[in-house]
Ligand binder design. Structure first.
Ligand SMILES: [Zn+2]
Ligand SMILES: [Zn+2]
Length: 167
């Protein structure tokens, strides 16, 4: 979704509200589960000084860090950015990669904003038991047939006993 703010530029202290939403299916490698419209207020203060502000949210799907089950993560978006459209071609472009001349790419803006608040790791629940390293069973569904944790320990002990000493 591209919104143009060129109509605001001839006037000072002029604002316009645009309804934006993230339109992509994936954000930073995560499936987008829900993305609702939210208002973005675009203001031209004066002399190409722009300000954009809006609050929204987007829901992404993460794999649980331990058991890989899909988990819905709400990502809050609190947008408040200022930029000068005249100096964009220089150093500022890096900090506002979503501005294209006299318009804003809403998907790039939301991505840029979300990247600052995306969680690194997500668990389906705090005490997630994870998956069995042997058979891959989800241990939240109950113990797998590989047995308890004691078995591999006893087995390792037995193997150590059977080993011929080095000297
Ligand atoms: Zn989990
Ligand atoms: Zn197992």
């Amino acid at each position: 979704m591209i919104i143009s703010f060129s109509s605001l530029l001839p006037l000072s202290e002029k604002s316009e509200s645009f309804d934006i939403r993230y339109e992509g299916d994936v954000l930073s490698g995560h499936k987008v589960r829900r993305s609702d419209l939210f208002p973005l207020k675009v203001t031209h203060h004066e002399a190409h000084q722009m300000e954009i502000a809006g609050e929204g949210e987007i829901f992404l799907e993460y794999p649980c860090d331990r058991c890989l089950s899909p988990v819905e993560v709400r990502v809050p978006l609190q947008i408040l950015r200022r930029f000068d459209t005249e100096t964009l071609l220089d150093e500022e472009l890096e900090s506002v990669p979503f501005v294209l001349e006299e318009s804003i790419d809403a998907d790039l803006l939301i991505t840029d904003e979300a990247m600052t608040v995306l969680p690194m790791k997500v668990l389906c629940k705090e005490d997630c038991k994870g998956i069995c390293p042997k058979c891959g069973a989800n241990l939240n569904d109950g113990p797998c047939s590989c047995g308890t944790e004691e078995t591999p320990t006893r087995m390792a002990e037995l193997l150590r006993k059977l080993q011929i000493p080095d000297n």
